[in-house]
Design a protein around this ligand. Structure first.
Ligand SMILES: Nc1ncnc2c1ncn2[C@@H]1O[C@H](COP(=O)(O)OP(=O)(O)O)[C@@H](O)[C@H]1O
Ligand SMILES: O=P(O)(O)OC[C@H](O)CO
Length: 506
């Protein structure tokens, strides 16, 4: 039976998972990743540590599975997106620690770009809003601040990449410098309509083209893993950014199919088909994982919630209301509802569709009878309300352009284990919420992309069938709340958001 190895390099951990060809997890190995905060607003990772952990976990996962490299048909890579590495082509040594997606140091340059009126061009070419979240201003910072970097870059001595490119380079022994369309679309340098690097944006941001990786479809044989790493020269055959990989692993291949990943934050992506959809409701446009050179490029609308599962961590660490995240459901279920309490966890501002960096958290509607259980319940509801606001924004965008509004929500991520949260989500959306038995959908998406490229799977229709088969062991949450009550709850949420924003300090 063919097996696939997925390398899942996330913000907080580095994992390797062996899947069988039915999508079942055979083995998993994981290491926590140390975070570096050299200044307020700066976040860095050690790229060499990432590589060492990825290799070690890949070896461990194979050992746990009792498999040798020859039992693996292909390797898929999925990664935290936007995080930027710059390294020497000759030695493979990074010039600096990786600058992580959460890092805000590119903000002054972004403010300049906005003030100079470049936002419309950037939006039109890349589908993105001008923000230091994306790789471009991180790379520019490295070129401007690491002594000698710009001259070396112009001389073709340096390679830039997101984490997928960095791992491809290391795994291939320095023979492959490449990325896929989904990761490229997060750099703010990639023309998502033409599916190539944008010369105007490279000039505007003063990025030498010589540092850029080649861009391929996500399902593609990028090269072979050097035999010394895992014991055989395995094909490196799938690459996608983690949120697009999850969209793929949830078999969202058609317009209107949407997934939400409930982790520290929440990332919702909806496939919009081969048409690039521009949001008028605060969402960004991104490239979906591409299932091979013959497949037309696909697009997705994306929105993110900054504080999702993190509000549960705050209940644990800030309020000390629970000892572990898994206790939140039992606490929230000691009350029948939130008792009029609405919690807006705008700890670091509000993401899509509100985009308010200055909003701060608020708990409103407290009464003499309110208890910590009501606050816990309101905290869980806040994750569902924020996600519902994203889905509503997506539905408005697609309906305005004559597209198909979502009929269900596919879910995954650490906080999706919470059945109360999933039921609340179904209730406020008025749509079924589908949770697969295996919630490692990000890694599964990478494994499927790799399997497609080497012929383990014939096409995405076969993968959609595998997803449906898997769904039989998963769970389906049907909406139970009368629509009028769901509307009233969303209205109360929006009113609380207005209060949180009004109370912000600018
Ligand atoms: N039972 C639960 N109910 C609600 N939230 C939970 C539960 N278990 C874990 N979480 C939350 O899920 C998040 C971790 O999910 P994970 O997918 O591992 O996140 P990430 O990939 O962002 O590190 C944490 O914020 C945690 O508080
Ligand atoms: O590492 P994660 O799962 O938190 O995902 C990070 C995203 O890719 C950032 O865009």
């Amino acid at each position: 039976m063919p097996h696939l190895l997925a390398l899942d390099q996330g913000t907080s951990s580095t994992r390797s998972i062996v899947f069988d060809d039915s999508g079942r997890i055979v083995a998993l190995a994981q290491r926590e990743l140390p975070q570096h905060f050299p200044q307020p607003g700066w976040v860095e990772h050690d790229a060499l540590q990432i590589w060492a952990d990825q290799l070690a976990t890949a070896r461990e996962a194979l050992a746990h599975a009792g498999l040798g490299a020859r039992d693996i048909a292909a390797i898929g890579i999925t990664n935290q997106r936007e995080t930027t590495v710059l390294w020497h082509r000759r030695t493979g040594q990074p010039l600096h620690r990786a600058i992580v997606w959460q890092d805000r140091r590119g903000e002054p340059l972004c403010a300049e770009l906005r003030a100079q009126g470049h936002a419309a061009l950037i939006r039109e070419r890349t589908g993105l809003v001008v923000d230091s979240y994306f790789s471009a201003t991180k790379l520019r910072w490295l070129l401007d601040h690491v002594p000698g970097a710009r001259a070396l870059a112009e001389a073709g001595e340096l390679a830039f990449g997101t984490i997928d490119s960095w791992l491809l380079w290391q795994l291939s022994g320095g023979r492959v410098h490449a990325t896929d369309v989904s990761n490229a679309s997060r750099t703010m340098l990639f023309d998502i309509g033409r599916q190539r690097w944008c010369p105007e944006l490279l000039a505007l941001l003063q990025i030498p083209a010589a540092v850029l990786p080649a861009v391929h479809p996500s399902s593609h044989v990028f090269g072979d893993c050097d035999a010394q790493h895992l014991g055989a020269a395995l094909p490196l055959a799938g690459v996608a950014g983690d949120q697009q990989a999850a969209l793929f692993g949830q078999a969202c291949f058609e317009p209107g199919l949407v997934k939400n990943t409930y982790g520290t934050g929440c990332f919702m992506l909806m496939h919009t088909g081969p048409q690039q959809q521009t949001s008028t409701h605060g969402l960004i446009t991104t490239t979906a994982a591409q299932a091979g050179a013959q497949a037309a490029p696909g697009y997705a609308l994306e929105g993110s919630v900054f504080v999702g599962g993190a509000v549960v961590q705050w209940l644990r660490d800030g309020l000390k209301a629970i000892r572990s995240s898994s206790e939140v459901q039992a606490l929230a279920e000691t009350v029948p509802d939130a008792g009029g309490v609405v919690f807006v966890p705008a700890f670091t501002g509000l993401g899509a569709p509100y985009w308010d960096a200055n909003a701060r958290g608020a708990i409103v509607g407290l009464s003499r009878g309110s208890t910590v259980a009501h606050i816990a319940r309101a905290a869980l509801e806040s994750i569902a309300f924020q996600s519902a606001a994203l889905l509503q924004a997506m539905a408005q965008d697609v309906l305005a352009s004559g597209g198909t509004a979502p009929l269900e929500l596919r879910v995954d991520g650490g906080a999706s284990v919470n059945a109360l949260l999933m039921q609340t989500q179904a209730d406020v959306l008025g749509l079924p919420v589908l949770r697969p038995a295996v919630t490692e959908t990000t890694a599964l998406g990478a494994a499927w992309l790799a399997g497609l490229a080497v012929g383990v799977y014939r096409n995405t229709a076969e993968l959609a069938q595998l997803w449906r088969d898997g769904q039989q062991q998963g769970q389906r949450f049907e909406p139970r709340l009368p629509p009028a009550q769901a509307l009233a709850q969303m209205a109360a949420w929006e009113a609380a958001v207005r209060q949180a924003r009004a109370g912000s300090f600018t």
